[in-house]
Design a protein around this ligand. Structure first.
Ligand SMILES: [Zn+2]
Length: 431
């Protein structure tokens, strides 16, 4: 007797059907209790909690880990019900199945947040006891680390009649792509002009031989009085100029980035502000390197332990040995140098799992841009700017009509980097 399950679309978006076939091969005529297919999704998180001890002298001793799981979907479909005494003949039997992946998670624990915060040890997911559908979107498949993941599986189950007979099961992992909630008729939706800007300031000391005397007239290279630091120093080997530099990262569409669309980002260096702008044309500025990294951060609910619980880094672009001369975009105001268009046109984020927020598992992203600039052929100076980015699936679900919008791309092409090996240690949680 051999049981197997195939899936037509192992990458499926919330709100769309999941289909395939359960195959059963029998060597001889066999009595079968039933054949079922079960689609189940859970999230597991590990939270660090404090033991309540009145005499706790050593705080580190009173911390302990609590593993907690939440049920997001659990749908069972009967494919075959064996009547009493009936047997299936020898040979191959195929049972097609179709299950609709829900848009919303069944876990509704977020509505019991106060209760949840006060509970110190054991927590039972609301979905385990109620059939009510929550308002939290179904989270995407994710494996942040061994202690924090969201996992979906389709399980074929063959039930044998009789008390002593062992059931058979076969499991396959499913990658779930979440929906992005939208209001389709919102006039400001997909407003590319709504920008997210992040800037990082630095002052670089640059050796500057070529400054003519005219630049050292009264006040021309002095910082305003709010800062005591002089912008110009005269060393024995040359003149050193403090160059205030600003790295600016611009994202469009309010920082929303659908995974299957090219990500456009504009990167500028603003060099020379205040009086130093007078030396425009003398500073020779070159772009020596650029690195763009996407950081995926996992965090929990607790406020006592701020900071990410885990960080996944992915390099989207990296070029170390550039030597690109830069020219300012405009003659008026502090010179502004565009950097991105010299080295790339857009970035690929198709392997990034979109952000989401569950009760105790938050997943969000940052775009980290690091550039090195070279002034007057001196050694390169590095500056880094961190910009929050909302990575979304781009599978839109209209909250007004409660419908999926027409697909913008083929969901099957998504390649989330999810470690989806079936882990026997966790199997008891699923079945
Ligand atoms: Zn829950």
């Amino acid at each position: 007797m051999q049981l197997s399950i195939s899936v037509d679309n192992p990458v499926a978006s919330a709100g769309s059907p999941l289909s395939g076939i359960v195959d059963l091969e029998l060597q001889k005529e066999t009595t079968i209790g039933g054949i079922k297919v079960r689609f189940r999704g859970i999230s597991l998180t590990t939270t660090i909690k404090h033991a309540v001890q009145l005499d706790a002298r050593d705080i580190s001793q009173s911390r302990f880990k609590v593993k907690e799981w939440h049920l997001h979907v659990d749908i069972t479909t009967l494919l075959f019900v064996g009547q009493r005494g009936t047997a299936l003949p020898a040979g191959k039997h195929s049972f097609p199945y179709i299950i609709n992946v829900p848009v919303f998670s069944r876990c509704d624990c977020i509505t019991r947040l106060e209760e949840y915060r006060n509970k110190s040890l054991h927590w039972t997911c609301t979905a385990a006891t109620s059939r009510v559908v929550g308002t939290t979107p179904l989270p995407p498949s994710l494996k942040a680390d061994h202690d924090r993941y969201v996992r979906y599986r389709i399980i074929a189950i063959l039930e044998r009649p009789g008390k002593l007979a062992l059931n058979m099961s076969k499991v396959k992992n499913i990658i779930v792509v979440p929906v992005t909630f939208i209001h389709a008729f919102d006039p400001f939706r997909n407003d590319q002009t709504s920008l997210v800007r992040k800037v990082k300031d630095a002052i670089f000391t640059v050796k500057c031989k070529k400054l003519p005397d005219s630049y050292f007239q009264d006040g021309s290279l002095q910082r305003p009085k709010r800062s005591s630091r002089s912008l110009v120093t005269f060393g024995s080997k040359g003149t050193y100029v403090g160059v205030p530099t600003q790295l600016e990262v611009i994202l469009f569409n309010d920082g929303n980035a659908p995974i299957m669309e090219p990500l456009n980002v504009e990167i500028y260096a603003h060099i020379q502000v205040d009086d130093i702008s007078r030396i425009d044309g003398i500073l020779n500025v070159r772009l020596s390197s650029m690195r763009i990294e996407l950081r995926s951060l996992t965090s929990g609910l607790t406020t006592e332990f701020e900071g990410p619980l885990s960080v996944i880094k992915k390099t989207l672009f990296r070029e170390n040995s550039l030597n690109i001369p830069l020219t300012a975009e405009s003659d008026s105001g502090p010179p502004k140098f565009r950097l991105d268009n010299h080295v790339f046109s857009d970035l690929d984020i198709s392997k990034i799992v979109p952000g989401f927020q569950l009760l105790n598992l938050h997943y969000h992203h940052q775009l980290v841009v690091t550039v090195e600039l070279c002034f007057n052929s001196s050694s390169s100076k590095s500056i880094e700017c961190v910009c929050p980015i909302a990575v979304v699936s781009g599978v839109d679900f209209d909250l007004d009509t409660h419908r999926l919008m027409p697909p913008r791309y083929n969901v099957g092409e998504i390649q989330f980097e999810v470690d989806d090996r079936i882990d026997d240690n966790d199997r008891f949680l699923d079945l």
